[in-house]
Design a protein around this ligand. Structure first.
Ligand SMILES: Cc1cc2nc3c(=O)[nH]c(=O)nc-3n(C[C@H](O)[C@H](O)[C@H](O)COP(=O)(O)O)c2cc1C
Length: 222
């Protein structure tokens, strides 16, 4: 499965099989986590075989079952967009490796002995990972025009990027983002006002999906 196929196949999965993640896949995930942390200045950690976070009242929203593995999205305070961008890179890689996932922001309890948080950092959210009991369902699709500002004709790469952007996971499916085409090769990405928050983190997720489908070589962010 390619990353583009993973964008289409990925849906939030909240129920998981008991099966442990294979060693080869753990190795590949940890390699990619190290790259993301290095590039983004983040401190993402893979937590394995830890069922308590999702059974001890940690999750306020969503009917989760059988979650034993997750990414602890630890990063500097204020790094929300990067957390979204690099988290989605890991989510899509996981999908290509046969895993399912779900971003989880509504945390009420934490398991701080299972990951490290350095000074100036915080646990932004977690991402459940594992072999799903199902593949999830496609979220309702809104027309891409709702998220676009442009006064010039839309190039093909931009349309491809937008098709992937509207498939991106966002908190409570809020999709509070806007992409503005400034000229043939330059884009501005903005988070719209959100009552529930998370819009900056969501924007990072959307930008990663967009880049994968549009091709990074075709444009640059303003
Ligand atoms: C930052 C963020 C936080 C989220 N928090 C939760 C959560 O606490 N509980 C939950 O069940 N789903 C959570 N989700 C999943 C969203 O509800 C889901 O991505 C959205 O409804 C779109 O559905 P999809 O992921 O299947 O495309 C979160 C997603 C994001 C991006």
């Amino acid at each position: 499965m390619t990353l583009k196929e993973a964008i289409v196949a990925r849906h939030s999965v909240r129920q998981y099989q008991e099966k442990a993640i294979e060693a080869e896949i753990i190795k590949r995930l940890n390699e990619e986590i190290a790259l993301c942390n290095q590039e983004g200045g983040l401190h993402i950690q893979l937590v394995l075989d830890e069922p308590h976070a999702f059974t001890g009242g940690m999750v306020k929203y969503g009917n989760f079952k059988g979650v034993r593995n997750y990414l602890a999205m630890v990063a500097p305070k204020g790094a929300d967009e990067k957390v979204g961008y690099y988290g989605e890179r890991l989510v899509l890689l996981a999908q290509t490796l046969g895993l399912n996932s779900c971003w989880v922001g509504m945390l009420v309890g934490k398991q701080p002995d299972r990951y490290t948080i350095a000074d100036g950092e915080k646990l932004h959210c977690v991402i459940a990972l594992g072999y799903g009991a199902n593949q999830g369902v496609q979220h309702p699709l809104r027309p891409m025009e709702k998220f676009i500002k442009a006064s010039i004709p839309l190039p093909d790469w931009f349309r491809r990027g937008m098709e992937a952007a509207i498939l991106a996971p966002t908190a409570v499916h809020q999709q509070k983002f806007e992409l503005e085409l400034l000229d043939d090769h330059t884009l501005a990405a903005r988070a719209r006002f959100s009552l529930v928050g998370w819009a900056k983190l969501d924007l990072g997720i959307v930008k990663y999906n967009f880049e994968v489908a549009a091709g990074k070589e075709n444009f640059s962010w303003q």
